[in-house]
Design a protein around this ligand. Structure first.
Ligand SMILES: [Zn+2]
Length: 425
């Protein structure tokens, strides 16, 4: 059983039934947002969901489930279109914590020991509203940690856009300084959501500052969803992104899917990568040449073609490119193993969103084969209609002798030594 969930989105725990129940009294006030959900859904899925029927027709709950649940391989864009129903129906507010409370209680009822839940500060919030949200959510978690055997920590996801990232990070730091007891349930920051085109090089200075802040103030794990999406950048570039994030001193990598992705799945496909991205990749290969060579990697001849489209470079996944990526993946995996890097792997989420053909291609198999440290996460168990027990069974089937449990226990003990704020908050 996977008892420690190191990667879960608080609202992603909500099931189709939860949304239907919570939506019954809310959908009328949320019509403009639900109209936005429907129009976004149409763009990704090619059909318009009839959201009013969810609560106004006899088979409404089934219709909601049909539109919301993901039970097959889909694109990240399609996943986001389904998740938008949660955003439209249950926007983060300073006062209504029914969704968060339900999610935490559901995880506790499933027998989890540790639940590391992601939330965020909405872009529309003022500093006062953000403080109020942080205060009320941290109070709820502190209260539930006292009442339940399961302990919850909060991780705040920052926007990848510098403007929002810097503002929300500063508010979070200010809150932790002003409310040290409540802050004990706040364990980290993360970057999530649309990954491309936000190359991690653009977060370098920010991460250096966060490291300095950690040395003198409340300690926050620096977490980063990376390598989850590579539709506009090449798979090799995505590997550089993983390397870059690891070098920035993060505590864990979220997903790192491209590291374990089988490049054979892209055979014959062509991609137009931004020239700037291409040059960053070439620069990286030159500056890291000796380290990569130590891990057995030497680049094959240039495989990309410049100048066919303005500002773009053509990349075709042919024999040579696939061979090159396989060797780069192996070298990077060995390097990360030597560094003791921990990867948060979400077995079910990867299966549906990872573009993998079958269990043999699952990145968890790759991570285990390369003896990488892995902890498990359920990501969005509600939308995947997959309980922790099911995800646990799936992870065991993928990697029967994996070291995930040992790594999870190690991290759990580290978390315990930092405390959970069981004092009077
Ligand atoms: Zn995630």
């Amino acid at each position: 059983m996977f008892l420690y969930d190191f990667h879960v989105h608080l609202h992603g725990v909500l099931s189709a039934h939860d949304l239907w129940l919570l939506g019954k009294d809310r959908f009328r006030q949320r019509t403009p947002a639900l109209t936005w959900y429907a129009s976004e859904y149409l763009k990704s899925w090619g059909r318009l969901p009839d959201f009013l029927s969810y609560w106004q027709s006899p088979g409404g709950e089934a219709a909601l489930s049909y539109d919301f649940l993901i039970q097959e391989a889909v694109s990240f864009r399609q996943f986001q279109a389904c998740f938008n129903l949660i955003i439209a129906l249950l926007p983060i507010s300073q006062h209504d914590f029914s969704a968060q409370s339900l999610s935490i209680q559901r995880a506790a009822a499933a027998g989890l020991i540790y639940f590391e839940a992601r939330s965020l500060i909405p872009a529309s919030f003022s500093k006062g509203e953000a403080f109020s949200y942080l205060h009320n959510l941290a109070s709820l978690v502190t209260q539930l940690n006292r009442e339940q055997a399961m302990q919850t920590s909060l991780v705040f996801m920052l926007d990848r856009r510098a403007e929002f990232r810097d503002r929300h990070y500063r508010w979070l730091r200010d809150f932790c300084t002003a409310q040290p007891l409540l802050a004990q349930v706040i364990s980290g920051i993360d970057f999530a959501g649309w990954e491309e085109p936000f190359s991690p090089e653009s977060a370098q200075q920010f991460m250096e500052q966060a490291q300095r802040d950690n040395a003198s103030g409340h300690y926050l794990d620096l977490l980063y969803h990376v390598g989850e999406s590579f539709s506009t950048i090449g798979l090799a570039s995505s590997l550089r992104w993983i390397f870059t994030v690891q070098k920035m001193g993060v505590s864990r990598l979220g997903h790192a899917l491209s590291l374990g992705f089988n490049p054979e799945r892209l055979r014959g496909k062509t991609l137009w990568e931004d020239e700037e991205e291409y040059h960053s990749q070439q620069r990286w290969l030159r500056t890291q040449a000796s380290l990569l060579a130590d891990y057995g990697y030497r680049p094959l001849a240039a495989q990309q073609r410049l100048g066919l489209r303005p500002g773009k470079v053509q990349l075709t996944y042919n024999d040579e490119v696939i061979e090159d990526i396989c060797r780069l993946q192996a070298a990077l995996a060995s390097y990360l193993r030597d560094q003791g890097t921990v990867i948060e792997c979400c077995p079910t989420s990867n299966r549906y969103l990872g573009g993998i053909a079958g269990d043999a291609d699952h990145p968890l198999r790759f991570f285990v084969r390369h003896q990488l440290k892995v902890v498990l996460g359920s990501d969005d168990p509600g939308i995947f209609a997959s309980s922790w027990a099911e995800q646990s069974a799936y992870a065991t089937r993928l990697a029967s002798n994996h070291g995930c449990a040992a790594t999870a226990q190690e991290l759990w003990h580290q978390r315990l030594t930092r405390g959970f704020g069981s004092g009077s908050a």
